[in-house]
Design a protein around this ligand. Structure first.
Ligand code: AMP
Length: 241
């Protein structure tokens, strides 16, 4: 880590101002549930900045583990390539570890976790030990028919998580990130064929999680087929109520 003396004053000042603004925000523990392409990754950074939460996306963490060939990545790769879920134990372990980060102090956005009822039960146990609970589950409800075009046209800037779409949100220069000029990539599992398995996994294993939280009365359903800015408005309404 760079010595604080080497960090520009403006960076320190803006971080201090951010922390000051964050100190008045209520704690929030949120779960985003929705099929691939429903917009969870688009809304997460906006919610994260507004409420000073950490954004924990198990898919991103697993992809990082796969590309650096860690033992976790080696175990997860096959299931991910096929669009199947990796084992509950693996993902519960990474979430348990990630939630300890200082950036999660005011709460978290879980994006892509829990994806099975067993994961949801494990999460509840972990939170219970800390004397806290999930505040809200945002259900990104959308018809399967819309998702194929969203997924197959998606381009990603891996280090920032910024996403583009060849038709709906093209970068200024094709294949290049607007901010850094670095190359964009397409995810290996963002194909029509793998999407079929991912949707199957969503309907059979993840939809029951919505039911699990509905019984606790904390699910808010969004119209995820709308334009991103309209979904942001719905999210803001839900979170401020
Ligand atoms: P995502 O980026 O959320 O679409 O996740 C990509 C892939 O990572 C999924 O298709 C699964 O193989 C795996 N994955 C991510 N999160 C989980 C989870 N909570 N449980 C099991 N597998 C997961």
């Amino acid at each position: 880590m760079a010595s604080l003396e080497d960090v520009p004053s403006e960076t320190i000042m803006s971080e201090l101002l951010r922390r000051l603004r964050c100190s008045t925000k209520p704690d929030k523990r949120l779960i985003l549930i929705g099929p691939p392409g429903s917009g969870k990754g688009t809304q997460s950074p906006i919610i994260k900045d507004e409420y000073c939460l950490c954004h924990l996306a198990t898919g991103d963490m697993l992809r990082a583990a796969v590309s650096s060939k860690t033992p976790l990545g080696i175990k997860a790769k096959e299931a991910m390539d096929q669009g199947a879920l990796v084992s509950d134990d693996l993902v519960v372990g990474i979430i348990d570890e990630a939630m300890k980060k200082p950036s999660c102090q005011k709460g978290f956005i879980l994006d892509g976790f829990p994806r099975t009822v067993a994961q949801a039960e494990k999460l509840d146990e972990m939170l219970k030990k800390q004397g806290v609970k999930v505040d809200k589950v945002l259900n990104f409800a959308i018809d399967d028919a819309i998702l194929e075009e969203r997924i197959t046209g998606r381009w990603i800037h891996p280090s920032s998580g910024r996403t583009y779409h060849t038709k709906f949100a093209p970068p200024k220069v094709p294949g290049v990130d607007d901010v850094t000029g670095e190359p964009l990539i397409q995810r290996k599992d963002d194909t029509a064929a793998v999407l079929k398995s991912r949707l199957q996994a969503f309907h059979s294993q993840t939809e029951p999680v919505i039911n699990y939280y509905s019984k606790k009365g904390i699910v808010a359903s969004l119209h995820a087929e709308k334009q991103p800015k309209d979904v942001t408005e719905e999210v803001q309404k839900v979170l401020s109520s």
